[in-house]
Ligand binder design. Sequence first.
Ligand code: SAM
Length: 285
Amino acid sequence: MIKDNLADFANKRYGQNFLKNDYYINKIIQSIPNDSLVIAEIGPGLGDLTKELVRVRNVEAFEVDKRLCQHLQTEFSDAIDNGSLKLNCGDVLKHWEDKSLLSEEYHLVANLPYYIATNIILKAFKDPLCKSILVMVQKEVAVKFSAESKQKEFSSLSVLTQSVGKASICFDVPAEAFVPQPNVTSSVLLIEKDHSEDDENFEAFLRVAFQQPRKKLSKNLLVTFSKDKIEPLFEKLGLIPNLRPHEAQTTIYHHLYRELKKDFIDGKQRTEQSRRKQRRDKTTK
Ligand code: SAM
């Protein structure tokens, strides 16, 4: 019944663009790293990709939409019974809050809902059991994650990616391959992790460094750090004063962070303390 009127059925709130194209589904399957790890699938939807995944691996899937969960429970009753599919109904981010997504090492494979795609990828960077990420995302997002330093798209997301492993865009997928069609081209992005990074302060530091991506890196840093710190540090690291954020290598960001970390964390704490004090003062007035 669901399949008769997919465009009306799809819930925009959950980013539902169903991949209805066997050619691209098979290309995703062929791009999975070649080992025997279990697959975590986020948002199995109607199960078109899931059907091919359970042919090649054990799968644990997470679907938030109750209507789709019911549909999947019926459609995949055999796979659920024989243990090749484990289905979790509910918001994957709630399930993932303070622990690894699965209880064993896994590859993440998904046609991600665009509204939380970046969040999910960053979460997977931190999860030590996640060994690789093979996901369909908006092409622009895939380019940001996989850009190399000196390319204009090189961003804080590229630095975070290079801090956990290496990324490549496997192929693009046109809007016509989906029902309903999105307004953008999509890409399948592969990130092979060699380790995990879970430092929220490094992420926040990168947001400062890339605050105004076309401005000088030193200008962005001077919003938070003193001139006395930044100028000698640039000199020590042999960085030209005009360097733009996209021109610095990932290792440079790690060097800068190592040197500025203490001031950065102290500064954040001071700001938080003064915010709390302001709130207290307001309530006691
Ligand atoms: N995998 C299917 C396919 O390729 O056709 C559907 C992909 S669709 C782009 C995204 C899927 O993620 C939808 O099924 C949607 O309901 C689900 N979803 C959205 N937000 C979610 C969340 N927070 N947790 C789990 N699943 C979610």
